[in-house]
Design a protein around this ligand. Structure first.
Ligand code: PEP
Ligand code: MG
Length: 752
């Protein structure tokens, strides 16, 4: 059974067309369970019906024709109850429905299990038998497992246009996909799909602009791979047995075969670019093998795919240089790296859509910092078919519209216009201070990690930089930056912002922030080697960074140092000791070196309860609510499946913040918040009420937050907090503050 399951998972993953995948599944299930009939019904949400989508054992003509209401028949009952029905007298059941077009005989044994994704019934998987013997508990468990595997694949195909999309029709009519808000703003543009290299499945559809050129690209790649294989063949012939060597002969034959070459060329002539034409040809060939019963021949499917990847790799080598980003690029991908983002000329990048991650993922934070709307975690987006399509990104509501109709486009053009007007209006606040109506001033700083971002930070009217993430200068290199390289980067930031203050954070890698040249492979990276844990284990890296920072600050004197991911007091003692050591050493050789202010981040629950002990050791506390929320609520900040549970307005998070402020203030130390929460005008009001002393956020959010702070008294904010702390869930807190904002006609600051 486990073997069958593995094969099913592999085949479902490999099939490009869901109809094909369903056909394979019903065939395998029928065999494995010794059933007489096996069928998949899928929910047609528009018609509110189940449709028979694949079947083995009934009249093949009934596929796509048999339809029943959502409450009809045993299938309907399985769906309504959202649980399996396993009976041996189906034909006597009052719910039994007979469809003459199926050529159905009497099948008393019936086992149906619902196919459920995200609490939604997407269909029903059914097996039937002629004997009136109930399916066993093991068989039931097997079918439940298959249905659970199937659910994800169906949900994905559903997104490409409901039941019609399931037929393998790639033409996407207008489509709305719900994701998560990544970075605020709305953008209209053209999708450019970014995809991992040498991954056939990930190649997007794209129109061939120049058919002759695409044919040439393909022909060159074939020749290059032939040459590669010949070299491999020669190198390996002495160590391999003849039958293994035959694999390479087979590769050469395939590379020369009409079926591979001609079908790809034909696809190119029909308008596909070379990579997607190759993708379809290779998958078609691989599936022929993978459908075979003989395990040896089945394995050959993988050889075909391997060959395809080799050809693709050659084609991609030349492709990068040739690609021209449209002027209204919306970058779309399963996971978009910082470097993919950086590759787009800044004037062309209008929006970002990532099927993975959530608001506090680093791609979202980066987009936010660049002022580019982003939607994250749109898992159901049919990425491969989007390249070149017109797309609307709604970063407020976390929505993506593909090929939107005229009415939607018009509405969003209006919204984008309103946005611009609001920004212009808020720009008038630039030189005013963020002071409440009762005179409490809450300095607003910006977060950044990019040099190019400093100007927008300056223009936003910020009082300095509250969080400079040093990961970015580390990420964009091929090795750790040298002391001097680092000094230069930090110094440009300090000088550009002086005399205003800048808080530079020490390297915070691990978790979801990887350096290409320093991979950390862990089962559970957010609970693993990250932040201070890494740098304290590598004093040579930490000391270089400290020296670079202290030297950068010489003569400018506006720098504070911040330690991330502190989980215990000893880490802070150790880190301060290292800063002192670097300071002491530099005093001998350099002039103008001073000891900077030092701060500790509170990002984990243990630090919340030791905030007092930490505050005694440092000059200030900065709360990283992105991590604090994930650790307090046990919700991965990048996992879109649980993103609905991630909410910094959770009363538990508010209580933790309040605890931190109380403890730090006892020792006279200021508390700032530098997580995304600080840039949400609604949450910022709560933070002021809690008594947070300053806020650091993306430049784009600053005017809205300032506008809210200037409209309320600190007393009113405190009252809201008193109520909020007693509430039971984040929704209630949000409504409470939203009402207060609406009361002052400031609701428009929260939504576009
Ligand atoms: C945070 O965790 O809130 C924070 C500011 O740090 P980062 O987002 O870089 O992890
Ligand atoms: Mg953090």
């Amino acid at each position: 059974m486990l073997d069958v399951l593995r094969r099913i998972v592999q085949e479902v993953g490999g099939a490009r067309n869901l109809t094909h995948a369903l056909t394979v599944i019903v065939r395998r299930v029928k065999q494995a369970m010794n059933a007489d009939v096996s069928s998949v019904y899928l929910t047609d949400f528009k018609q509110q019906q189940y449709v028979l989508m694949a079947n083995q054992g009934l009249n093949p003509g009934s596929v796509g024709k048999v339809r029943l209401g959502l409450a009809e028949g045993l299938v309907g009952m399985v769906g309504m109850r959202e649980e399996p029905i396993n009976i041996d007298n189906a034909t006597e059941s009052p719910n039994y429905r007979y469809f003459p077009e199926t050529g159905e005989e009497q099948y008393p044994a019936f086992l149906g299990v619902p196919i459920v994704h995200n609490r939604k019934v997407l269909g029903v998987l059914v097996v039937q038998r002629r004997d009136s013997i109930r399916f066993t508990g093991d068989e039931e468990a097997f079918l439940i497992t298959v249905a659970a595997q199937l659910a994800g694949a169906i949900a994905h195909a559903e997104a490409s246009g409901g039941i019609e999309g399931l037929q393998g029709d790639h033409e996407i009519r207008s489509l709305l996909v719900q994701g998560l808000p990544g970075a605020p703003g709305v953008a209209l543009g053209t999708a450019v799909v970014v995809y991992p290299a040498a991954d056939l499945e990930a190649v997007p559809d794209r129109k061939a602009d120049d058919v002759a050129l695409e044919e040439q690209v393909f022909a060159d790649a074939i020749n290059a791979v032939r040459a590669d294989v010949t070299i491999l063949q020669e190198r390996i012939s002495e160590v391999l047995l003849p039958e293994d060597r035959a694999l390479f002969d087979a590769y050469q034959l395939m590379l020369a075969s009409d079926s591979l070459v001609n079908s790809t060329v034909e696809r190119i002539r029909n308008g596909q670019w070379a990579s997607a034409a190759l993708r379809d040809t290779i998958i078609e060939h691989a599936l022929v093998f993978e459908d075979m019963e003989d395990p040896y021949l089945r394995e050959r499917g993988e050889d075909v795919r391997d060959l395809g990847r080799r050809i693709l790799m050659h084609m991609q080598r030349g492709a990068r240089g040739r690609f021209k980003y449209p002027a209204d690029t919306i970058l779309v991908g399963d996971a978009i790296s910082a470097s993919a983002l950086a590759e787009v000329p800044p004037e062309c990048l209008k929006g970002v859509v990532s099927t993975k991650g959530s608001t506090t993922s680093h791609v979202a934070i980066l987009s936010h910092a660049l002022g580019i709307p982003a939607v994250m975690g749109s898992a159901d987006l049919p990425v491969n078919y989007l390249d070149g399509k017109s797309v609307i990104v709604d970063g407020y509501r976390g929505r993506i519209f593909v090929s939107p109709d005229a009415a939607v486009t018009k509405e969003y053009e209006r919204l984008a216009q309103a946005e611009e007007e609001l920004s212009a209006e808020l720009a008038t606040l630039r030189d005013l201070s963020a002071t409440t109506t009762d005179g409490v001033s809450v300095p607003l700083y910006v977060n950044t990690g990019l040099l190019s971002d400093i100007t927008s930070a300056q223009n936003s009217g910020a009082e300095g930089i509250g969080l400079y993430r040093t990961e970015f200068p580390f990420m964009v290199r091929q090795r750790f930056p040298s002391e001097d390289e680092q000094r230069q980067v930090y110094q440009s930031v300090l000088k550009a912002v002086a005399p205003k203050p800048v808080t530079i954070r020490t390297l915070d890698i691990g978790g979801d922030k990887a350096l290409p040249y320093f991979p950390i492979k862990e089962e559970n990276p957010f609970l693993g080697w990250r932040g201070m844990r890494v740098t304290l284990d590598h004093p040579e890296i930490f000391l270089v960074q400290m020296r670079a920072m202290l030297r950068a600050n010489a003569g400018v004197n506006n720098m504070s140092i911040l330690f991330p991911m502190v989980t215990n007091v000893a880490e802070v003692d150790e880190a301060i000791r290292l800063v002192r050591r670097a300071h002491h050493e530099l005093l001998d050789t350099e002039s103008g070196i001073t000891m900077p202010r030092i701060g500790a981040m509170i990002e984990v629950p243990s630090a919340v309860y030791q905030a007092g002990a930490l505050a005694q050791r440092v000059d200030f506390i900065s709360v990283g609510t992105n991590d604090l929320t994930q650790y307090l609520l046990a919700v991965d900040r990048n996992n879109s499946r649980v993103a609905g549970l991630y909410d910094s307005l959770h009363p538990a998070v508010l209580r933790a913040l309040s605890e931190i402020v109380d403890q730090a203030h006892q020792y006279g130390k200021p508390v700032g918040v530098c997580g995304e929460m600080a840039g949400d005008p609604l949450a910022a009001l709560i933070l002021v009420g809690i008594g947070v002393d300053n806020l650091s956020m993306n430049a784009a959010s600053l005017p809205r937050v300032k506008s809210v702070i200037r409209a309320f008294s600190a007393g009113h904010a405190r009252e809201l907090v008193e109520n909020a702390l007693d509430m039971e869930n984040p929704g209630m807190v949000r409504r409470l503050v939203m009402d207060a904002l609406n009361h002052k006609n400031l609701g428009n600051l929260v939504h576009a």
